[in-house]
Design a protein around this ligand. Structure first.
Ligand code: SER
Length: 326
């Protein structure tokens, strides 16, 4: 399935279930949102709706949001899945449906809409956190079991993995992720979702947006219970196109082909060439979207991020070093 079809399948699945399609917002968050320098998630343009400060145009929305994340920038190029710039497909409910419907939608689209093998789907749930004063998410566990996911494929994870917050403050909540087991050729027998290997690929996060996180770390219940989900388009494309890495999908292969043509090197000729071409492909896409959003290279804030990705793409490893391995 081509990426365009995956995007359309997702958005129309939710449209058919009463969601209004919302356009992708800018990569630059609005001036009143200083929590992050760039848009990091599909929920970010909808924060005011979650907080009850503004009325959403509909109580169910769906979108494909361009996102940019820097915490893993050093990983880009080294792994099959890390990116800075990506598209996040999401469905959102503002005070309407909650865990039960969201989880069922997630399962139905994964299995019936996208054709994933239900036996290969694993899920994670919030396992509780003493500091937050919250126990394990028994409600989510019960819903997954009701759908038919066996207990051994429901993994309880700590706050660091399964409690979602966009920044240090603002709307947040426990979450539940869906993973695809890609088999032993991608990792070991004892690997589990949440491990840092490629065997279990996280493809969809469901956030049960319930609290407002204060600067002092306290949780205040939001005016209503909400749903925020995020599916990585690039990762789903790798799964459905049967390729090991996001870089071999239709979203990246034209860029990799161009890098091969211009350098005269093959993508898989050496580990250095692979890493360099992945960095070139990810960062050139990212920098184009940053520039289109109005960011200019500089020494600070967003401008510094752009300058950093440009620098990394221009000189990922020295050309002489690449040729030495040919
Ligand atoms: N906000 C959540 C995430 O980014 C789900 O969309 O993972």
């Amino acid at each position: 399935m081509k990426s365009d079809q995956i995007r359309e399948t997702f958005l129309s699945f939710f449209e058919e279930r009463g969601h209004r399609r919302a356009p992708s917002a800018s990569l630059i968050p609005p001036p009143d949102d200083t929590s992050t320098l760039l848009t990091v998630a599909g929920m970010q343009p909808f924060k005011a709706y979650f907080l009850g400060r503004e009325t959403p145009p509909a109580d169910r929305l769906t979108s494909s949001q361009t996102c940019f994340r820097t915490p893993d920038i050093e990983e880009v190029g080294k792994t099959l899945r890390h990116l800075t710039f990506f598209e996040m497909l999401g469905n959102f409910s503002f005070g309407g449906y909650f865990k039960d419907e969201a989880i069922r939608f997630g399962w139905e689209l994964s299995v019936d809409g996208l054709g994933l093998n239900p036996e290969e789907i694993w899920v994670t749930v919030f396992g509780g956190d003493e500091q937050l004063g919250l126990g394990p998410d028994e409600e989510a566990i019960a819903i997954w079991k009701e759908i038919g996911v066996p207990d051994e494929r429901i993994v309880r994870l700590p706050r660091s993995e399964n409690f979602w917050q966009a920044g240090p403050t603002d709307p947040c909540g426990p979450c539940s992720e869906m993973y695809l087991d890609r088999g032993l050729e991608f990792g070991g027998v004892d690997d589990r979702p949440g491990d840092d290997t490629d065997r279990f690929l996280e493809y969809w996060n469901h956030v049960f947006m319930t609290y407002d996180l204060g600067e002092d770390g306290s949780l205040t219940p939001l005016p209503s219970k909400n749903i925020d989900t995020g599916m990585g388009l690039e990762r789903m494309a790798a799964i459905l196109q049967g390729v090991p890495s996001v870089y071999q999908t239709d979203l990246f292969s034209p860029l990799i082909d161009l890098a091969e043509q211009m350098s005269g090197l093959k993508y898989d000729s050496t580990p250095e060439a692979t890493r360099a071409m992945r960095i070139i492909a990810d960062h050139s896409r990212g920098m184009s979207f940053l520039i289109a959003a109005g960011v200019v290279p500089s020494n600070e804030d967003r401008g510094y991020i752009l300058r950093r990705v440009m620098r990394r793409a221009i000189q990922p490893v020295s050309y002489t070093h690449l040729r030495a391995h040919e």
